[in-house]
Structure formats: structure tokens, C-alpha cells
Design a binder for this molecule. Structure first.
Ligand code: FRU
Length: 590
């Protein structure tokens, strides 16, 4: 009886909506719920979503954007966020399957203006965050005509992973980012997984001189997940990356393999060919091409090398100055362990255009960043001054994929941009990442402090109003044992950052950093190596929801979700004293 009453109520509600001149109607047709628009409008339909709802499939008939079914978690009991469905490309009828007529979504559909309240909780200032939706890996990064392009894995219809498309943002200074329209949506070959982009200066592909050419994985998965195929495809842009045309000959590297993805390409001058690194199961493969359309297998690396806890992802092969010459570094994203989750290992060696030869023994590996939130690190191509600049996804698959998460309406963002260098450390070439020099022009309000000997606690500063990010730099000239920095706020949340001389460790403890209980692996201590040098230097960049630390030999980047910004900075020692020098605290200009 209850069900019948509800159905009558619902039909009346929908009829009323239609009678009042709502621009659409909603009806059950067979096993689908069909939304019909009165007229094809050049508008946005805002779809109410709820993260805990199961995925329904949505077919947008007549749309040139959504050409294959998209998934959407339609609000079942409660509207959490509205996600935009763009109707300006001719969509008229939208068919939903695997959903019911009785859910709250149908009575809460909105047309036109964005109905979401301004979503500012934990909004980072100098890290790129999407306005709405889910993001993961940075993709297609290329510098072109004064702009740093950042494409990224994007779910434009939800705040959890799905519908992999390429979102797009640009920046002129790596500090301020502007999100632009999504450039590629899933198609009949599959979702648009990670990849890279280059400027084809010599028109090798025939798309035109200086075309921006993107290469990405077309990842097809059948609805019942029994079929999974990954192949490589290309697309090109003539308008500074604002729009892309998918090449009609896709895929350019066909395959039947399940884990065959994340192409990263560069022009290899000595052999005059494009080289593609590709993640294939638990190894990397290299392919070459003269025209970006036909690819030949060159070699495979890694079956016996490094960490093999899980599949290898997101390769990047880069050449960096080292001593009197250069060395090649192969980046490899991987789940490090069940507890740590996502991380990026790297190998140093030589590359002759065909094969990568690793310098270190098979059992050896090292990590680009020792924090919990730094994954899918890849570099920009075409950087004008020859610097090697990278960015990572600032998250960890283990902590962010489920229903619960501290942010509402958007989820995940990128790391700071880093410059990569090789240094010699303990007899080996070691990769170090430092914040890109562009941030120096953001951190302008400088405060310097005199040298101090600390024995116990020392209150360095209490910041009055913290709006943007801030940076703390210091050198520890000498320490007896443990010397650190505690960042805290007025409600007692804190992050502890310390060097431990006895154990030769650099540690960041975020167990009391704020919201930590949304995932059992989130409360954690990150441990990084520390050099044996008497003097240690430390740079900490604090944004609204992240703390990134850089020492002479290690980087540690972690997310934090404090109720208030950490406005107190305290230095401390335990088991003895330490001498601190060159302390500089700078605030951002926003
Ligand atoms: C890495 C990754 C890639 C893949 C993408 C899918 O985070 O799993 O290997 O292309 O994410 O979104």
C-alpha cells in the first residue's frame, strides 16, 4: 500500500513539474527511466548525486559529447552535490538504466545555473583543484605558448572514480590555475585513461606544424567486467589545447592486453624518433615511431627490478644532468605495500634509444617521495628553459576511492610542481624533487629570524590570519638527537615533522592532524631517509589541506584535513639541543 501511495505521489509530482512548464519530463519506460527534454536546449542539466548510491548508466541520445553510456550515482535518499550534464550538443532524451523511479534525484533535477553552494572546504590555494568532480593522474602536460597545460584524469559526473575523461587546466605561473572545459570524453574504444602530449614541431604526424598531439590509453571494459582491453590512441589540437580531434585511425597501438597503459612520449634526438614508455603489467615497455601513428616495439624493462607489489603504472623516462654527463631516470608508479598504498619508485641508468639499462642491482629501489600522497608523477614536455618539471596526483588510492571523504562536491587535487635533479648520495645517483622556482614569486611576505639554540620547546610564530599557503625554511646547523617542527591550530590538531639523528630518519606524523578517521590507513607516520651530514635543511610548504616537506635528500608530501589552518609554528628538540639558523617564514600573496 505504502509503495502504491508513493508511486501515485511521484507520478503526480512529475506531472505537476511538467504542467508548471518544467523543461523536461521523467517517466518509467520498460526497465529504464527516461528523461525527455521539451526542446533540445543549449543548457546545463544539473544531476543530483549521492556518493553512497550505486552506479546507474546514462545514455544521452543525440549528444556529441557523451557518445557512450556514462555512469552516475543518482541521489537516492539525499542530494549531496549537483554535477553538470551539458546539453548544448544536441541531447534530447536521456535514458537511465539500473535505477528506480522512486529516488530523490528526479524531483531535484535543475536546469541552468550551478545550484551548488560555493564549495570551499579544504580548497587548496596553490595546488590545482577541480571546481567539481573527481580527479586523479596528471596527463598530457606540455608547455606551449606561455601556458603550462595540465590535463588530468577526470570524472565530470561524480566525485568518485569513473567515466575517465581528460579535464583541462592552464597556468602561466604554476601558481594560479584556471580550469577549462573537458577535452576528451569516453568513446567506443573505451574510457580515456592516462597519457601525455607533445608539440609536433616538425609535423611528423601530418596534423599540421606545431599541433599539440595527445597520446592516451583507450581503456575498454565490458559492463560485467569480463572483457578488459587497453590500447593506445592519439588526438590533436590546433587551438592551444582547448579542443581535440580524435584521430580516425585509432587505436595507433592496438592490443588485447588488460594492463597496457599510460603512454608517455618524447622526441629522442640521437635516433630522430618518438619514444613511448608504456606500463605493461609489472614492467615497462618502450616503443618507437617516426610519425606518432605507427609504433614499433623496442624493449622491455623491469620484470626482475624493484618493487613488484602490484602493477606498474604511469612511466616517464627522463634525461637529467649528472656529474659531467647525463643519466636517464625511469619513473614508475606502484602500490608500495598494503599499508602505504600509492607511491612512485624510480630507476637510474642509461637509454640508447632502444633499451634502458639500470645502474642499480635488481633488488634495489628508491622512492621519489616518502609521503602518502604523491602518485603518478610525470613531467611536462617542451619546457622552454630545459628544466625538468613534474607534478603528481596528491592522493593515495587506498584512502580516497570509497564513499567517505572530507571534501564535498570535488575530490582530489594535484601536488606542487617540482623541479627534478640528480645528486650523488651514498655512492648512487639519487633523484631529488624541490618546489618549482615559480613559487618564489608567490611567497613574498618574508619574515626572518635570528639563529637560536633550542633545548625543549620554542614558539617560533603564531600567524594571525592565514589565507593562502605559507612556507617555512630553516637549517639545523647541529642537533644532538631529535629536532623538529610542530604545526598546530587553536583546536589542538597538529602535524609533527622531525629529523631523528640516531635513527637517521626524517619523519612526518599526521595522526593528530585533523579529520583522520574517514579511512583506517589515513592516520600515519611517513618515514624518509636522512643524510649523515651535520647540517640539515628543511623547507615546508603548508596549504589548506597539505603539508609538503623537502630535505636535502627526501621529499615527504601528505594530505591533512584540519578544522582550522595550522597557525602556530613551534620548534622543538628531544634528548638534547639543536642549533637553528636561516629561519625564514614567508606568506603567500592571496
Ligand atoms: C593510475 C591509473 C592509471 C590509469 C588511470 C585511470 O592512477 O590507474 O594507470 O591510466 O589511473 O584513471
Amino acid at each position: 500500500m505504502k509503495r502504491v501511495c508513493f508511486l501515485i505521489f511521484f507520478v503526480v509530482a512529475v506531472a505537476a513539474m511538467t504542467a508548471c512548464g518544467e523543461p523536461f519530463s521523467v517517466q518509467q519506460q520498460g526497465d529504464k527511466v527516461v528523461l525527455t527534454l521539451r526542446k533540445a536546449k543549449r543548457q546545463t542539466l544539473w544531476i543530483p548525486i549521492e556518493n553512497s548510491a550505486k552506479e546507474s548508466y546514462m545514455e544521452v541520445e543525440g549528444s556529441s559529447l557523451y557518445t557512450v553510456p556514462m555512469t552516475v550515482r543518482l541521489a537516492s535518499d539525499r542530494v549531496e552535490t549537483y554535477m553538470p550534464l551539458h546539453l548544448y550538443k544536441g541531447a534530447k532524451t536521456i535514458k537511465f538504466s539500473e535505477c528506480k523511479l522512486g529516488i530523490v534525484a528526479w524531483n531535484n533535477l535543475k536546469m541552468g545555473k550551478n545550484p551548488n553552494p560555493k564549495i570551499e572546504d579544504f580548497r587548496q590555494t596553490i595546488h590545482f583543484t577541480p571546481e567539481l568532480g573527481w580527479i586523479n593522474d596528471p596527463n598530457g602536460m606540455v608547455w606551449h605558448n606561455g601556458e603550462w597545460h595540465l590535463f588530468f584524469q577526470y570524472n565530470p559526473l561524480g566525485t568518485r572514480w569513473g567515466n575517465m575523461s581528460w579535464g583541462h587546466a592552464v597556468s602561466r605561473d604554476l601558481v594560479e590555475w584556471k580550469q577549462l572545459p573537458t577535452v576528451m570524453y569516453p568513446d567506443s574504444l573505451g574510457a580515456i585513461y592516462s597519457g601525455s602530449a607533445v608539440i609536433d614541431k616538425a609535423n611528423t604526424a601530418g596534423f599540421g606544424k606545431d599541433a599539440m598531439v595527445a597520446i592516451y590509453t583507450s581503456s575498454y571494459r565490458s559492463r560485467d567486467k569480463s572483457i578488459k582491453v587497453q590500447q593506445q590512441s592519439i588526438s590533436y589540437s590546433h587551438d592551444n589545447g582547448r579542443t581535440f580531434t580524435k584521430y580516425e585511425g585509432n587505436p595507433v597501438l592496438p592490443s588485447q592486453r588488460r594492463n597496457f597503459r599510460d603512454p608517455k612520449i618524447f622526441w629522442h634526438e640521437p635516433t630522430s624518433r618518438w619514444i613511448m614508455s608504456l606500463a605493461c603489467g609489472q614492467a615497462m615497455e618502450f616503443y618507437s615511431s617516426s610519425n606518432l601513428k605507427e609504433w614499433e616495439f623496442e624493449s622491455r624493462f623491469g620484470d626482475e627490478y624493484g618493487c613488484h607489489f602490484d602493477v606498474w603504472e604511469c612511466p616517464d623516462l627522463i634525461e637529467l644532468p649528472y656529474k659531467d654527463g647525463t643519466k636517464w631516470v625511469l619513473l614508475c608508479s606502484i602500490t608500495k605495500s598494503a599499508e602505504h598504498g600509492s607511491s612512485v619508485q624510480y630507476f637510474v641508468g642509461d637509454f640508447d634509444g632502444h633499451t634502458f639499462k639500470c645502474d642499480t642491482p635488481e633488488s634495489y629501489t628508491d622512492w621519489v617521495n616518502y609521503g602518502r600522497d604523491n602518485y603518478a608523477t610525470v613531467t611536462w614536455s617542451n619546457v622552454p628553459d630545459g628544466r625538468v618539471v613534474a607534478v603528481a596526483w596528491q592522493n593515495n588510492w587506498k584512502c580516497c576511492s570509497k564513499e567517505k571523504y572530507p571534501t564535498v562536491g570535488y575530490r582530489s587535487w594535484m601536488s606542487l610542481a617540482y623541479e627534478l635533479q640528480l645528486i650523488e648520495f651514498e655512492g648512487k645517483a639519487k633523484l631529488v624533487t624541490t618546489p618549482a622556482r615559480e613559487y618564489d614569486s608567490y611567497f613574498r611576505h618574508k619574515q626572518q629570524y635570528g639563529n637560536a639554540t633550542i633545548n625543549g620547546k620554542y614558539d617560533l610564530a603564531t600567524l594571525k590570519s592565514v589565507e593562502g599557503a605559507y612556507r617555512l625554511k630553516l637549517d639545523i646547523a647541529k642537533m644532538d638527537d631529535v629536532c623538529g617542527v610542530r604545526l598546530s591550530n587553536d583546536v589542538g590538531e597538529y602535524v609533527d615533522i622531525c629529523f631523528d639523528k640516531t635513527n637517521r630518519e626524517f619523519r612526518v606524523d599526521r595522526r593528530a592532524s585533523g579529520q583522520v578517521d574517514f579511512n583506517e590507513l589515513f592516520p600515519s607516520i611517513s618515514v624518509a631517509p636522512m643524510s649523515a651530514a651535520e647540517q640539515q635543511s628543511l623547507t615546508i610548504i603548508v596549504d589548506r589541506a597539505s603539508v609538503e616537506c623537502f630535505t636535502d635528500v627526501a621529499a615527504v608530501s601528505n594530505l591533512v584535513f584540519p578544522a582550522e589552518v595550522y597557525n602556530r609554528i613551534e620548534l622543538y628538540t628531544s634528548e638534547g639541543a639543536a642549533t637553528i639558523a636561516n629561519v625564514e617564514l614567508t606568506r603567500g600573496w592571496r
